[in-house]
Design a protein. Sequence first.
Length: 765
Amino acid sequence: MQQTLSQPSPGSLLLLPILYVVWSDTLISDQELTALRRFLKEIDWLSDADRNYLKEKLSPQSPPDREELESWWQTIKGAVQENKTYPDLSSIGMDLLSKDAPEEAHTFPLEKVKSELATLEKQLGIVGKSAALIFKSEHHNISTSYQTQQGFDVGKLTSILDGNRKPLIDELKAFIATKEFDYVQPDDLEKYRNQVLNWCKILADEGYGAIGFPEAYGGKDDMEGYFTVMETLSYRDLSMVIKFGVQFGLWGMSILSLGTKRHHDRYLSSIGKLELPGCFAMTETNHGSNVKGIETTAVYDHEARTFTIHTPHINARKEYIGNAAMHGRMATVFAKLIIGGKDYGVSTFVVPLRDQQGNILPGIDIEDCGRKMGLNGVDNGLISFNQVVIPKENMLDRFSSVDEHGKFQSSIAGDNKRFFTMLGTLVGGRIGIPRSANAASKTGLTIAVRYGDKRRQFGPEGGEEIPILNYRMHQRRLIPLLAKTYACHFALEYVTARFLGRKEEEMQEIEALAAGMKAYVTWHNTATLQECREACGGKGYLSENRIDALKNDTDIYTTFEGDNTVLLQLVAKSRLSAYKEQFENMNIFTIINYVAAKTKTSITEKNPLIIRNTDEQHLLDPDFHLSAFEYRESSILDSAAKRLKRLMDEGMDPFDAVNVSQHHLLTLGEAFIERVVLEKFQEKITSESDPEIKKVLKKLCDLFALYQMEQHKGWYLEQGYMEGVKTKAIRKMVNQLCWEIRKDAVPLVNAFNIPDSCLSAPIAM
């Protein structure tokens, strides 16, 4: 073969693949140059022509141009055998030599050549097996071949999620998928608000608004149905959901729960038909969470048999009141009842705001809150009252009243108990909101998972681009959130059932459950939608794909119906009360048994074999998961109780002791709720008979449990409950479960059965 300095010589053919890879980014580094020049100087199997050619091609001042690189590529490509696996670039070089210079191939010491070229590749930082793939036309591996499969009956899983309310859910999904409910642009505030009102009127005309009211007032006495409607509407427009909730939940249910028959007779039918739009006026500028501290007054005049509702200063205005700015004609107003100069605490009153023509009444001042971060279809406003006089019968008097002699009366003796009993009747809002939030999480995940399944980016050298959902980190971002969303769904089913079947003696526990779930699910929703937005890249940032609306509209969910941080403190207080009661009811023998049981648990759970156990069977054992969650909950409860007692025994003011321990208490509330969520997920799986659905739900539950353990690994390591070898094994198992669930991810979001018209995201179609 005739050689020139511009053509590869036989020996240089062996190095041509390495040369191409080194120059493929058009820039050769000093380190690469030094390694290659040293290599050419030290080896003894190259001819002078080979060395001269290669030295010429290693000049940074005259790098190979595009045409020459293309020529090298074609030369190398022509020698590559598609069905052969190349462990390094030198193997390609040998095939190249055999093809283009077969007569010279036998003159080279091939074993020595291969060894020295392999050393060169390491010095250059080239991963030969991976680099060799760039010369192949096709390359298939696990990442390219992994794809969505349907390993279970999606319709059957939908039926499990919908439960006995499936007929209502299907009916409502079909109803809101009609053209009447088409999305509108929220730019024109007045138009959007009126459209949302119109949607709520359409729903009321179909009987959905009054569904939770007694039959005598046009309802179906179906509170479970009300929660189901709230959740299902959340797949469409969240302003509509909140407007619906304000009108029929807060305004209507406050009349039903806090009023008596005369109030029911007077208001409920027209509220259920949305003939009487109303408000729920509790929150004040200075007092949101601390309802007992509100400053609006209701002064009773026995001679006139009236109450005078008054806002004493600007920061006592009722703020952020839904339905106030445009549509509300009446309001349930929370105010301090004053009789004869004495404050009898918070009571509730029906106060007219507007006449039938929509004109604001004398003494009422309403200011529009204006455009908000989200939920702009809801007309929030500020309300102040200037000596507004209302008749005595406008007091909602189920729990407190003023008798014919002008004396305060209540069937509940203690002020605190009366106050919390009154608020307890309104706990349903803390069930409706997390159910709505979880529906928004389902929507966001459906959009992001479907998009991740079809959006292709990058791939192995020589192979096709792969779906971004095949990337392990993308799975890590979305699939644990999908597992947690399923977990929250089943836990919310449980809390709803507890609330609907509530007994007087269970109310404190149910209120704590509802408060905790509201915080847990809405925080999860906020995190989920942010991750969905990022996982969809620029497409997630486009309004047409709806994640922005979901994010903005649900952001307030962490704040209203109780600020989440405050709610978790309520949960912690409930757990501490139960803890204290447990000891108060113990005699010396039960205390001894309790201590013995704690000691036995500690010995069992902290057994060196357990804390280091990394067997797959153990890591996927539901008993291990629940034990770990229970141990965390009970340990934090025990330590929180001891901490508070120690601080107060040392003379610290009780308020300060709680304040110092606030982070501890929030962690306690979270640990309690998390244990309940896992427990209810496991119970759901145990009750399921379909083996395929049971299998996929078990994987989701395993992932939820292990991912939460991974999130809390610092605590488990501090407690000596796990060692590093086990937390590492948990991390690996989380990765593996994400990989295994990936093929089921699209069917799992499809099981939410969200109509395409409600998703309305082009990337999810």
